[in-house]
Ligand binder design. Structure first.
Ligand code: NOJ
Length: 547
């Protein structure tokens, strides 16, 4: 195999449209690295480990929320969008981190949570105090209850975390929350909300960020009159998802980002939306040239490791994005779903959705690892951007045997202890050494906020560094070659139905999802996710070739 040259530039001087092909790494701050030795990841820890991300070869980092928060939903309940929670550090440290990432040629994307804030946000506290009919309440969705005593919720909307979407305040009114009661939904029909978020975007753009990941981007606008779901035509969709009015918000946001880009055209400022639900045309509407730049591809994430379904998802993805000239993204995981190795190893893996974690369904981790390696190369060969969730480059598996009393995800409580939730993919990363906390807290031995499996001793970044067979080496090698795909269009090559083979420019990617070894097209092998079988591509293996 040919030695691979690292081609990346070291400053932010490459193409303005960097985001169209970027490899973006998701840092989940509480679980990445702990700099102050309290067992919770923080900004100091991230700064100390930026070298790992540089060596990995990614282009940008997306940081899950680090804002002031009571942490009812691990920071997706924001109390102050302009400050950093003390468990993570200070605003000054984040400013320094942005500069250091830029010096390494890594762009910075921050998470913005516009659908809801925390119940401890100054606005919500003021709303509760001010009472019914007040302008303070008009920034949220407050309504009187139904029924003779007003003790029934205003409508039949449910929370995505389980239970009613309405919670009552002491004076008897209810407020809507699409997620936990500690996450009241903001009212985007109120100009004060719109203006506040303009200002929050500018606050972070002024600090040099290159973009925003938009939480629940399809959710902000609610249907007029907040109608009961049961009153709508079958198939009408939820009245709090993908409402037409949401597009005006993103056009407004795009204009703000474009202002910053115009002042510094080498550094396009971008949005990536978390958009769940709409059909391909509806999805593409968010990606029109005056709205969001990109959005997560959940169809790809949710698709089982089945060749026909994957081929369809890839084709539909490319077709939907072509409607508006936007680059697709390829996403295998994030902090909300079961880790790839466990998911692909599930012996019954019919569904991968957010609500379908299949906790405890047996998983063959060896098989899952082989497939995760093949899937990593497949996702990095496809046209557009690619996302890497922290720890996937180490091949970590879902931690399914956490003590229930350690679980922090609100889903566990809200579901009445029927859904174990998302803690298992959020366990702190193992960096070095042969026992927990595996260097998570530097030299310290504080227990991390969730316990790590002792089996991770062979999966630390240190243990995998320099081992050519490790997942880390595969990711580094793949991310180093990946820029060669550039923005070349993709063309399928003739192959057996179980084989996904396509060409982009001079490079060819072949993934064998069948049980029999597959022949390789002509070319020089550049990289393979596993050993070849007598010159053939074995089952669950991806090979990259140069034609
Ligand atoms: C999506 C985020 O990814 C998830 O972690 C969070 O719980 C919900 N949005 C609510 O903010």
């Amino acid at each position: 195999m040919k030695a691979i040259q690292h081609k990346k530039e070291t400053a932010l001087t490459n193409s303005a449209a960097w985001w169209r092909t970027a490899a973006i790494y998701q840092v989940y701050p509480r679980s990445f690295a702990d700099g102050n030795g309290d067992g919770v990841g923080d900004v100091a820890g991230i700064r100390a480990r930026l070298g790992h991300l540089k060596t990995l070869g990614i282009d940008a980092i997306w940081f899950s929320p680090w804002y002031s928060s009571p942490m009812a939903d691990a920071g997706y309940d924001v109390a102050d969008y302009r400050d950093i929670d003390p468990i993570f550090g200070t605003l000054a440290e984040v400013e320094a981190l942005i500069g250091e990432a830029h010096d390494l040629g890594l762009r910075v994307i921050v998470d913005i949570v516009p659908n809801h804030c925390s119940d401890q946000h100054a606005w919500f506290r003021a709303a509760v105090a001010a009472g019914p009919g007040s302008p303070e309440r008009a920034r949220f969705h407050f309504r009187p209850g139904r029924g003779a005593n007003g003790d029934l919720p205003p409508n039949d909307w449910q929370s995505n975390f389980g239970g009613s979407g309405w919670t009552r305040v002491p004076d008897g009114e209810y407020y809507f929350h699409m997620f936990a009661p500690e996450q009241p939904d903001l009212n985007w029909a109120n100009p004060a909300v719109v203006e506040e978020f303009d200002d929050i975007l500018r606050f972070w753009l002024d600090r040099g960020v290159d973009g925003f990941r938009i939480d629940v981007a399809h959710g902000l606008v609610k249907a007029d009159g907040l109608p009961d779901i049961s009153s709508l035509e079958p198939g009408a969709g939820k009245p709090y998802e993908d409402q037409p009015g949401v597009h005006a918000i993103y056009r407004r946001w795009r204009a703000i980002a474009d202002e910053y880009t115009a002042a510094d055209p080498k550094r396009e400022r971008v949005f990536v939306g978390e958009i769940v639900g709409p059909d391909p045309e509806g999805f593409a509407r968010y990606l029109r040239s005056d709205e969001l730049h990109s959005a997560f591809n959940f169809d790809f994430l949710f698709c089982p490791w089945e060749p026909a379904r994957l081929r369809t998802v890839i084709d539909e993805t490319n077709a939907a994005h072509a409607l508006v000239g936007a680059p697709p993204t390829w996403v295998l995981a994030n902090h909300d779903v079961t880790r790839v190795v466990t998911r692909y190893g599930r012996l019954d893996y019919t569904g991968f959705g957010f609500d379908d974690r299949r906790h405890g369904v047996p998983s063959d981790l060896e098989l899952g690892t082989r497939r995760a390696r093949a899937a990593a190369l497949l996702s990095m060969a496809l046209p557009g951007g690619v996302y890497v969730y922290q720890g996937d480059e180490l091949g970590l598996w879902e931690v399914e045997d956490l003590d229930d009393d350690l679980r922090q995800d609100p889903i566990w409580e809200r579901s009445g202890h029927t859904e174990r939730g998302r803690d298992g993919c959020r366990v702190p990363l193992p960096w070095s050494g042969d026992q927990p906390p595996f260097g998570f807290s530097g030299q310290g031995d504080t227990e991390p906020w969730l316990p790590q499996p002792t089996g991770w001793k062979d999966y630390t970044a240190e243990a995998q560094d320099g081992d050519p067979a490790s997942m880390l080496s595969l990711y580094r090698a793949a991310l180093a070659v990946r820029p060669e795909f550039g923005d070349a269009p993709m063309a399928w090559l003739d192959s057996a139905p179980d084989v996904l083979a396509f060409r982009r420019g001079d490079l060819i990617s072949v993934s064998n999802l069948g049980t029999e070894p597959a022949a390789l097209p002509a070319g020089t092998i550049v990289l393979a996710s596993g050993p070849l079988d007598d010159g053939m591509v074995p089952s669950d293996t991806t090979v990259w070739l140069r034609a």
